[in-house]
Design a protein around this ligand. Structure first.
Ligand code: ZN
Length: 346
């Protein structure tokens, strides 16, 4: 059968104090040589919510790893796979999914993220500026893994849990040092004075954007484009998320670090759910003030409203709003595009 096979191969049993690692295998049975887009898939390790992990009751384990924001894929974003060949890489899932509570789990690849392109038609340049060429219509055959985690010693924490704990300690200290103020200016780590100024400006513009959005928030054309068909509960959730983002920008002590930590090539910024730390990477500086503000808003939506990255890019986000509005209202880039469309004059 012509298909792409995605297979997770795990051990049967793990212990909760250890890293839980397994293998991801992707096999090309399409009858031709292909390129596979690595971003958003386990082909690059667990950099995104690329797996569906469920416990024995069928409950989905929420992603709690890094949220990375990037653009302009280059050749390295693709895996070339000859017909009939297989690629295998190691994935560590305990850093991104909380699977340490003594249970049975199943894990499979999110097949909707797998994009396959004919090696003959592929023009990598088309991918620049987030423009996607049409992909090959392939059947993705998913083979999940099932494993058991036995409780032992101190539980392995996810990246999100670790950072939030660290920050809680830091924040508790800061509070007593500084007293309580209602408006908190962000702090900076690494970077130049100029970069601090640029970031402070973007932070303030992002706050302005949020205030304007909330003042004029309505069930109108732009709302429908980015958040899909109107229902009262979805509308209220988006509004409440914008309120959380605004309050975060205003009242939470955020730290922007420019040390390069957690940054990889092609990245704009990085954060995680519930964060007070946002990392700024190389491509952040290539944007205009307003584009930087919109990017910060994307990051703050993860940090303060716990949004996810289901899809990136305007076309995919518009399609998400049509097909799956319940996911669109939780997708960080949909917030960013809504803000760009309503707040940045064309
Ligand atoms: Zn994101």
């Amino acid at each position: 059968m012509k298909n792409i096979e995605c297979k997770i191969v795990s051990k049967k049993k793990y212990y909760s104090h250890q890293k839980i690692s397994m293998k991801f295998e992707i096999i090309n049975n399409t009858g031709q040589d292909v390129y596979i887009y690595k971003w958003g898939t386990p082909l690059e390790g667990i950099m995104t919510d690329c797996l569906t992990v469920k416990n024995s009751k069928g409950k989905k384990i929420e992603y709690d790893g890094l949220f990375i924001y990037r653009e302009k894929p280059d050749k390295k974003a693709f895996l070339f796979l000859k017909n009939g060949k297989k690629s295998i890489n190691e994935i560590e899932i305990s850093g991104a999914y909380n699977v340490s509570s003594g249970n049975k789990y199943s894990v499979e690849c999110n097949s909707r993220n797998i994009m396959v392109f004919s090696a003959v038609d592929m023009k990598i340049d088309d991918f620049k500026k987030r423009k996607m060429p049409s992909s090959l219509k392939t059947v993705i055959e998913n083979t999940p893994a099932v494993f058991e985690v036995v409780k032992k010693g101190k539980k392995k924490q996810t990246i999100g849990e670790n950072f939030r704990k660290e920050e809680k300690n830091k924040f508790a200290k800061k509070k007593s040092d500084r007293g309580l103020e209602s408006v908190k200016e962000p702090t900076f780590e690494g970077g130049t004075d100029e970069q601090h100024e640029i970031t402070l400006r973007a932070h303030r513009i992002a706050l302005d954007f949020c205030e304007n959005v909330l003042l004029n928030f309505a069930n109108d054309e732009l709302y429908n484009i980015w958040f899909g068909a109107h229902t009262d509960s979805r509308f209220q959730l988006v509004k409440s998320n914008f309120t959380k983002i605004k309050e975060g920008l205003e009242q939470t002590q955020f730290n922007y670090y420019m040390t390069g930590q957690n940054c990889i090539a092609g990245m704009v910024a990085v954060t995680y759910k519930g964060a007070t730390q946002i990392g700024l990477c190389d491509l952040f500086w290539e944007r205009s003030d307003e584009e930087r503000a919109a990017a910060l808003l994307h990051e703050h939506s993860h940090a303060s409203a716990w949004t996810l990255d289901y899809v990136y890019g305007s076309e995919s986000c518009e399609q998400l709003a049509i097909d799956r509005p319940d996911d669109a209202i939780k997708n960080a880039d949909n917030y960013e595009f809504y803000v760009e469309d309503t707040q940045i004059p064309a």
